[in-house]
Structure formats: C-alpha cells, structure tokens
Design a protein around this ligand. Sequence first.
Ligand code: ZN
Ligand code: ZN
Length: 447
Amino acid sequence: MAATKTSAKGRILIAEDIQVIALKHSAALKQAGYEVQVAEDGEECLKKAKSFRPDLILLDIMMPKKHGVEVIERLRANPQTKDVGVIVCSAKDFGTEQIKMAEMGAYDFLVKPLDPSDLVAKVNEFFGKRKNAKHPVVTRDSTGFTEKTFRPILLTKNACLTLWGSRGSTPTPGAAYLRHGGQTSCLSIVRGDTVLIFDAGSGIRDLGQQLAKSGARKIHLFITHTHWDHIQGFPFFVPAYIPGFEITVYGARGFGKDLKSVFSGQLDRDYFPVQIEDMKAKLNFVQIGQEPIVIDGIKITWEFSNHPGATVGYKIDLGEVKIAWVPDNEFLKGYTGPPDDITRENELVAPHLKMVEFLSDIDLLFHEAQFTNEEYPKRIGWGHSGLSNAALLVCLAKAPRWIITHHDPLHDDHFLEGKLNLTRQLLERLGHPIPVSHGYDGMTEYL
Ligand SMILES: [Zn+2]
Ligand SMILES: [Zn+2]
C-alpha cells in the first residue's frame, strides 16, 4: 500500500515499552511537526512498520517479545521495510548490539534517559540528511565507524543455503568425524521469510533450534524418501511443537504408507515419549504431483532416483540459480568397470536418462558418492553409487559444480580427504574438471 499523504515533516514510529518515555518522546516529536505512532513491543513494531510505513523508527533494544537486534534484522529482510531509518535508543551502551545494529544500517545510537530537545535535534538531523540520501547515513564514530568507513551490508534478500546434515545412513558422532560432522541428511534454503528444508535427518534438530528463535512462520519440508536417515530428526524439530508455526511436508507418491502415517508412526508410543498430537504447529502433508510446486517465486520440481522404495531428487529453481538435491541415487547399478567406457547412449544409462536430463540445467548439484570403487562390488543394490559411477553421472549431466553429501558412516575425516582428491582426479580423467567439494554439517553459502 502506498504511504498516505501527510502534511507532517515525516512519520516516526517509537518502539518503546516504557509508557512514560514513549509519551514524552511522542509529545516532543509531535510538537516538532512529526506524525508519531507508538509500538509497545518488538512484534507490534514489526506490524506497525508495515501498516504505518514510518520514515524513521526510534528503536529500544530491550523490548518484550522481540529483541531490538532481531527487529532490525527482520526490518532489513523485508522488502517493504528494508530502507526504513532506524535510530536506536537504549538505556545501556551495549557494544555488541551497537556494532550489529550499525552493520544493519542503524543511523545512530542514543543513550537514555534522553532530553526531548536532543531527541528532536537528532531526528531533524536524520530527516535533513535523508532528503539527500536514499539509505541511512551513519555518522556515529563511537563504534569506530565514520561516514567514510566502507561497510558493505549483507543482502538478506539473497538466498542462503545451509547443510545441516551431510552423513548418510546413520548419525556418526565421534572425534574422527568432527570436520565433516555426523548428522544425517538435511539442507535448508532460506530467502527472506521463505524457509525450504530438504530432508529431516538428525541435522534438522539444529536448524529447528534456530528457527524457533526467529518467531513463528511457514516452513516447507521436502522429503526425498522416508528411510530413517531422512526423517529421524523430525521428532526433535522444535518448531513442530510451537503454536503459530505451519509446517507443510511434501513427499512423492508411491510410499508404502502415506507420508502422514510414516511421520506419525515415528512418534508412536513404542518409539517416542510424545505423539504427533502433541505437536502444536499446524502440520500439512502434501503428495507431490507432476506440476511444479511454486513457493514465493521459488520453483521446486522432482525426479525419481535409483534407490530402494520411492525416492526422489529435487530441483530448486531460485530464478538466479538452480540447485539439485539428490542425496540417495545408485547410478549404473551393478557397473564396476571404468567410467570412460560409458557414453550417454550406453544401455546402462537408459534407466537413468530422465535423471541425467533433470540435472542438465543446474548450477549446483548435491549428490552422493557413498562407496569407493573397492567397496561398491559388495554393496550393489544398496541404493548408493560407487565413486567413479557418481563422477560419471555428474559428467553426463554436465553439472558445473558438485557438493558431495551423504558420506558413508565408515568414512572418517582423514579418509574423506583422500577420497575427495581421488574424485577430483576422476573428474579430470573424464574431461569434466569442475569444482567439487565435500559437504559438511554447518556448511553455509549465500547464493
Ligand atoms: Zn539416505
Ligand atoms: Zn535411503
């Protein structure tokens, strides 16, 4: 909605939970010709930032419901409010918060108690500079920053991916696994307020802790298949227990039981102390069809992979970048020869052609290579690829970048290092020397 025309000098939202202070500041600013509204806590501040569309928010740090730092983060993440001016008013000089808030583009920091005339002077100064500058200008130097300090601001409108679980089959804690981590499959892709999660292995627990702090929201959880290592973290996913969250779980047709029964079954009394009825979030279960699923402009499509049971891989089209998540796929089942001999036309590739096609336009591929070539002959039909077969798939699909995930529980950090070097050599040998790395728990990247 367009901002309403007003004869006032500007619109100011005072976010302040102490009524006496709010009234005093409000009166002084109104008298100085500004239109003023008051919010009593962080949540109300975010609401009014959208409805009242202030030019400037006077933000208290210590507020009920939402901390000031979180409020400013949310303001900057929302296209509607990202440019609003912010002056922080706090009873205490918190160095850490000040730096954080300066990074988020706060115009200045004022320490309470404040003389109303000082406040009006500072606000006048803000509006004076604002006329000539689209974005807030930082003049404060007590944090070490000056107007000339180059301080690039993180664009939170860009998507961010985080790998929360990079291990296959079963969680693998222990000192020998510290660098890659031992949590089972889970990837999140977050853009603004949109949260997409792929698989609910044990890694989703850490993600849940973080989401719970950020306040209620909608979450979309895509499951590749319902083997334990892809769903076992769900009973520990805190947002599922918090009223206000809405979690939609997507899975492919062809599972033995329907998706909801599998998820409820995990929380059966024989296995778990609380039941699915105790989850107070709104839970939806959706069977994915052929039509792409579009969530806030992000398009998600899928293709079957070669793995026991109905298993899919997902492609996430963010517009600027396409990512594929295929953690479980036995490419060229039973083939143990050299990859160089296999072309796209080979009959062994035929059952996988749809997947090869599916991956042919992506920018980044998450795909397994769980077994070494020495291990694979003893594990044919387990649903996972031998290393050189996986490298061949990446080559046939012409994927420009590969992050290997779903590491075998037997492969410790030292072993995985050697395996990655071998993977690089294999890709070179196949004439497709793309960047390849091993996924690890906590791996984060802005896209
Ligand atoms: Zn798996
Ligand atoms: Zn599986």
